[in-house]
Design a protein around this ligand. Structure first.
Ligand SMILES: *Cc1c(COP(=O)(O)O)cnc(C)c1O
Length: 229
């Protein structure tokens, strides 16, 4: 199957999940996660109409994005180090992985004095896993307050999570529901409209959509297995 056929098949499965949940299928965006995939594949999925491109490493995006044209936004979905913040700003339209005050402050200071307002998501470690990035659920409110009050050049528009790995996608459901609850609390706190929910990957996106995902991040189901480095 071509990338375009894979994307069409995924859209059908999203539509079915939306029907089960009583949702509008137009409310779910697909981020094509193109890590390890060549730039030709990125161009292919953009031509097929994917909503955004997701890369988890700044350096990899730096090698690809200049070679790809078009208005499709690029999302950073991997951890951002302070020393890569300037490069990330040049490459990405949205950063999904704000998990510490220091990273928010670094981006804010780089943007200070300009007109650009960067949409960002908070990455939440819903499973409380030691080895995983993301703000602890109990600390999400404080981080959101900081971004909302102190970072005028950042606009908090969503939350993102990668739940603990489990081969059974049904086990992700409580984690997705937890993120939805956190997003609802933050929206009230910040006095914003509903926040975007970035959750669901190749194995569990249908469960995520049933639980309210507005952004799913899909790699292997669109592109096949990742390529060796
Ligand atoms: C790689 C990656 C994905 C996509 O994973 P697949 O299982 O290939 O769909 C989604 N989100 C993040 C943060 C990733 O690093």
């Amino acid at each position: 199957m071509s990338v375009a056929e894979n994307l069409a098949a995924v859209r059908e499965r999203i539509a079915a999940a939306c029907a089960r949940a009583g949702r509008d299928p137009g409310s779910v965006r697909i981020v094509g996660v193109s890590k390890t995939q060549p730039v030709e594949t990125v161009a292919e999925v953009i031509a097929a109409g994917v909503d955004a491109i997701g890369e988890n490493r700044v350096q990899e995006a730096a090698a690809k994005r200049p070679l790809v044209s078009g208005a499709t936004p690029w999302h950073l979905i991997g951890p951002l180090q302070r020393n890569k913040a300037a490069a990330a700003l040049a490459l990405f339209d949205l950063i999904e992985t704000i998990h510490r005050v220091e990273i928010a402050d670094r981006l804010e200071s780089l943007l200070t004095g300009g007109d650009r307002v960067l949409p960002v998501f908070l990455e939440v470690n819903v499973g409380g896993e030691e080895a995983k990035s993301g703000v602890a659920p109990a600390e999400a409110a404080a981080l959101a307050d900081h971004v909302g009050r102190r970072c005028r050049h950042l606009r908090l528009t969503g939350v993102m999570t990668v739940p603990p790995y489990d081969p059974d996608p049904r086990r992700s459901r409580p984690h997705f529901a937890a993120l939805r609850g956190i997003a609802a609390d933050l929206a009230v706190r910040l006095g914003t409209g509903p926040l975007e929910l970035s959750m669901g990957m190749s194995e569990d996106f249908e469960v995520a959509v049933e639980e309210g995902a507005t952004t799913v991040r899909l790699g292997r189901i669109l592109f096949g297995e990742r390529r060796p480095a």
